[in-house]
Design a protein around this ligand. Structure first.
Ligand SMILES: Cc1cc2nc3c(=O)[nH]c(=O)nc-3n(C[C@H](O)[C@H](O)[C@H](O)COP(=O)(O)OP(=O)(O)OC[C@H]3O[C@@H](n4cnc5c(N)ncnc54)[C@H](O)[C@@H]3O)c2cc1C
Ligand code: SF4
Length: 493
């Protein structure tokens, strides 16, 4: 174990974050890796407990507990404590294809089920993970691993998000020839166009794509399967196809005034901003600019938070985020015990920034938008709301009730809709003849086979909008299923 008494001697430390006001002047990452000393101290806090719940990766009461890719956390904590970085990296890469992504933006369900967290703040697992992989790149320990032999089998992967990339990496290492098709002009899925640069710098994604290309994976960009290449063509040309198309079909807000100019889906806002930044450092002006405008983000989740942070960097006049649910408690309530993921109030990067800029947390809780109102030219001018209360009905189920007299009118020239995703897009699946259930591809977890022979599915397209770490898990697992399908057994971990 790290240090027998480490968890009693050392406190949890967070990695340093740039000043919330100053970082609004650029689009660079807001957090930094740990120093060696800090990593070692935090590694020393690991208790190396008999059953490390941090790495169990299972659903408990509908939420993820522990690491979904079963990272060997106590092992690398110990190695980091002892300064054996290269061995820590080897352990990390045994289970995680892309720790540079998870170490930056994973919500770290591992930390919620860390044993230290029963009585004290958890070991800072995610930041140690980031420091190990960043060190690996800095020291040149990460080099292209070009497979020595090829099997002659050809696999097409549709979609280059983390699920597609993890599947491609695994299958390429097994010696198969892998082609990844992506309809966007850059690979990475939501890692590139979705998660903003200040959370995950795009150089980090590009560096990994370059490495995978050097290792022999073929990326075909600007190519939409179903339009530019048909499903039949793909099935004819390849021995297996994996559908990793994500779940980016956005849920709409069907209320009065939705057609007003200035009302957009959050994903259009985030994608255009990143694309304009990467293409021209915003010189092409091909993005929605909220400078000096009143912005309201509808939807209380992470996508909404990313819109808040984006609007703040564009120097919006005001930014507010509406959530459907009441504010979470500051500590776990009795229905949400360890090792479940804690459902507690947290201050994410975007809210710290808004607080620093405007002196207030931008979140409004238990609020419902009732209508949007445009001026005579059709431009959005205001938004109407009512407060809600969450109550348990006579059947023990929670429901929301309007609070009479709580109506309010908010000025707004821009509204971003971030109320979730409905699933993957049906037309492509119809072309493949693949069955769907509630906008998800039908393929059992652990099996990944669709009803069409040789066609598999993984990631958000199969499970619905989720997390990068689950996409990596499914990418690794579907690779095993495809390898077995093609070769009769699998060599993949
Ligand atoms: C704004 C936002 C922020 C997020 N932040 C986080 C976070 O901080 N941490 C976290 O863990 N998770 C986060 N997530 C969730 C996470 O990004 C996803 O769960 C993950 O990217 C899913 O991976 P995937 O490979 O299944 O799909 P995606 O990443 O969605 O990739 C699917 C790819 O398929 C391509 N595609 C679709 N159809 C076709 C076609 N017909 N032909 C060719 N290509 C096609 C798409 O263009 C896309 O590039 C966030 C999600 C959003 C929307
Ligand atoms: S991938 Fe996520 S859950 Fe797994 S160890 Fe890293 S931060 Fe924790």
């Amino acid at each position: 174990m790290g240090k027998k008494t480490g968890f009693m001697e050392y406190k949890r430390e967070k990695p340093s974050e740039r000043d919330p006001l100053k970082r609004l002047d650029d689009w660079n990452e807001y957090s930094s890796p740990f120093s060696e000393e800090m990593s070692s101290r935090q590694g020393a806090r690991c208790m190396d407990c008999g059953t490390p719940f941090c790495q169990i990766g299972m659903d408990v009461n509908g939420y993820t507990s522990g690491c979904p890719i079963y990272n060997l956390i106590p092992e690398w904590n110990d190695l980091v404590y002892r300064g054996r970085w290269r061995e820590a990296l080897e352990r990390l890469l045994k289970t995680n294809n892309f720790p540079e992504f998870t170490g930056r933006v994973c919500p770290a369900p591992c930390e919620g089920s860390c044993t230290v967290a029963i009585s004290d703040p958890a070991v800072t697992i995610k930041s140690i993970e980031r420091t190990i992989i960043d060190k690996g790149f800095e020291n040149g320990w990460i080099q292209a691993r070009i497979p020595e032999k090829r099997t002659g089998k050809k696999i097409a992967i549709v979609g280059s998000g983390p699920a597609g990339l993890a599947a491609a990496d695994q299958l390429n290492q097994a010696g198969h020839s892998v082609t990844v098709y992506e309809r966007a002009d850059r690979a990475g899925g939501l890692l590139t166009y979705g998660i903003p640069n200040m959370k995950l710098e795009k150089e980090v994604v590009e560096r990994r794509i370059k490495l995978l290309t050097q290792e022999g994976i073929d990326f075909v960009l600007n190519t939409e399967i179903g339009k530019d290449v048909t499903a039949d063509e793909l099935k004819e040309q390849f021995d297996s196809v994996i559908l990793c198309t994500g779940a980016q079909k956005q849920r709409d807000l069907l209320i009065e005034g939705r057609e007003a100019k200035g009302v957009h889906f959050a994903m259009d806002y985030l994608t255009d901003t990143t694309k304009s930044m990467l293409d021209s450092n915003f010189k092409d002006k091909k993005f929605i600019n909220t400078k000096n405008k009143d912005v309201i983000v509808i939807g209380g989740g992470d996508t909404g938070a990313d819109c808040v942070a984006t609007a703040l960097r564009q120097k919006a006049k005001s930014v507010v985020q509406f959530g459907k649910h009441p504010k979470l408690p500051d500590s776990r309530n009795p229905e949400n015990m360890w090792p479940e993921q804690p459902h507690v109030h947290t201050m994410e990067y975007a809210y710290e920034e808004a607080q620093a800029k405007f002196g207030d947390d931008p979140r409004q809780y238990a609020i419902q938008t009732t209508k949007l109102v445009a001026d005579s030219k059709g431009n959005l001018k205001e938004l109407h709301t009512i407060q809600m209360k969450k109550i348990k009905n006579e059947h023990g189920k929670y429901e929301f009730q309007e609070i009479p007299g709580s109506e309010k009118v908010w000025p707004a020239q821009y509204v971003f809709i971030a109320i979730g995703f409905e699933g993957t897009e049906a037309p492509l699946m119809e072309q493949f003849g693949v069955n769907m259930t509630r906008n998800k591809v039908q393929a059992a977890y652990g099996d990944y086979k669709t009803n069409v022979d040789g066609v598999f599915a993984a990631g958000d397209a199969r499970r619905g909008q989720s997390l990068i770490v689950w996409a990596i898990n499914e990418g690794r697992e579907v690779a095993k299923a495809v390898d077995t399908h093609l070769m009769g057994s699998t060599v993949l971990p």
